[in-house]
Ligand binder design. Structure first.
Ligand SMILES: *Cc1c(COP(=O)(O)O)cnc(C)c1O
Length: 387
């Protein structure tokens, strides 16, 4: 029996041809295809600018830098995320803290965010950057977060690694209508892929210029940003400390080609979710609740076990699914419980909703290339194991 993974890429002949075409051209690293890819994503999302980089982790790092995050500052994010959403704050030397999640969406709770802001204001410990994470592809309540951002003056960076192709209030995630910047990941398990890759979108010209600078060593070729006259056509200046976070044209070609099928991928993921919703509704499970303002890109489909109605433990169900060839996974181990974060004083019990969610959640297979037959096997296996 073949193993059904929780997620995987969908590569077709057009994708392969696009990559080969770049390999036969003059540019391998950052060249004309990067610009095309950036333009396509910006247009798709309705944002002014897009900056392609080699991963979402790099995208989060330069976004924090562009927001001016430094050693005296504080970054808040969700505990229910991949460690990269928090680590970007540490790269800048900032303190990292978390806001617990909403029990229905598994996204950062806006009520808890507000309570924590009121408390932080009294203590003089307000965050400079807040990173809401659109968990599983469903947008956070961005209108409320943006209102709080104005009131308490923090920058908002959306970690939309799961959410390209999704919408919030009929606007594409990535439009940056309610944020300063939005980050996408193009890792192969995500909705569209460039193998490794990420992107930052923004509508702010100053942030855009900083992102470009930090992506490539802090070097500028723009005479307007230089401290002296150009010495000649060869001249550039390093005006800050940046990195080499560039994407290659090979990856961008794959990205352009994948983007052609983004809407198709999301429609398929929505259909898979619809079938799971119908087929699993009578089992002792909590199925993914959708906020009416959102249209999810469904990077993940998470089931939460109602353990009190089961004879089996969470771990037992997980192991039985794996043994039956279903490549289940768990998103996420609450970041504050990671040993690296324990050194800052975090411990079990700090964010109880994330921890409770973690004790019940299982990500089941969800990817555009999954066949009806494979989904039927997943449904049948889950039903048998939970019976
Ligand atoms: C995948 C992911 C990242 C990191 O993406 P990379 O492109 O692998 O660096 C960051 N945040 C979230 C929520 C993710 O799922």
């Amino acid at each position: 029996m073949s193993f059904i993974p929780y997620g995987r890429q969908d590569i077709n002949q057009n994708d392969i041809d696009a990559v080969i075409q770049v390999l036969q051209s003059d540019w391998l690293t950052q060249g004309p295809t990067i610009e095309q890819f950036e333009k396509k994503v910006a247009e798709y999302c309705g944002a002014k600018y897009a900056v392609a980089v080699n991963s979402a982790t790099s995208a989060l790092h330069i976004s924090c830098m562009a927001a001016g995050l430094g050693q005296e500052d504080i970054l808040w994010t969700s505990p229910n995320t991949f460690v990269a959403s928090a680590n970007c704050g540490r790269y800048c030397g900032a303190d990292v803290d978390f806001v617990d999640i909403d029990l229905r969406t598994y996204n950062m709770s806006v009520d808890k965010l507000e309570q924590k802001l009121i408390h932080a204001k009294n203590e003089g410990r307000l965050p400079k950057v807040v990173i809401p994470v659109h968990f599983s592809g469903q947008s956070c309540e961005m209108d409320k977060i943006s209102m709080l951002a104005k009131e308490y003056s923090f920058a908002v960076i959306e970690d939309a690694s799961h959410a390209i192709g999704g919408s919030y209030r009929n606007k594409k995630v990535g439009s940056c209508t309610f944020s300063d910047m939005t980050v996408f990941s193009f890792h192969p398990v995500k909705v569209v892929t460039t193998a490794e890759g990420g992107m930052v979108l923004t509508n702010n010209t100053m942030l855009y210029e900083k992102l470009i600078e930090f992506r490539s060593h802090g070097i500028t070729r723009n005479p307007g940003l230089m401290t002296e006259e150009m010495h000649g056509p060869w001249y550039y200046q390093q005006i800050s400390l940046g990195y080499n976070y560039r994407m290659t044209d090979i990856q961008a070609a794959l990205g352009c080609s994948q983007l052609e099928r983004l809407d198709e991928f999301v429609t398929r993921r929505q259909a898979i979710a619809g079938k799971y919703n119908r087929a699993l509704q009578c089992l002792p499970l909590v199925l993914p609740w959708q906020h009416p303002d959102t249209y999810s890109a469904y990077h993940l489909y998470v089931i939460c076990l109602e353990e009190e109605q089961l004879q089996k433990s969470h771990k037992q169900v997980f192991e039985e699914l794996r043994q039956a060839g279903i490549g289940v996974n768990l998103h996420y181990i609450p970041v504050h419980t990671q040993p690296y974060y324990a050194q800052f004083g975090f411990q079990w019990g700090d964010f109880p909703v994330s921890e409770y969610y973690y004790s019940t959640a299982i990500s089941i297979p969800m990817y555009a290339a999954m066949t009806e037959g494979q989904q039927d096997v997943v449904i049948k296996t889950i039903t048998e194991i939970l019976k």
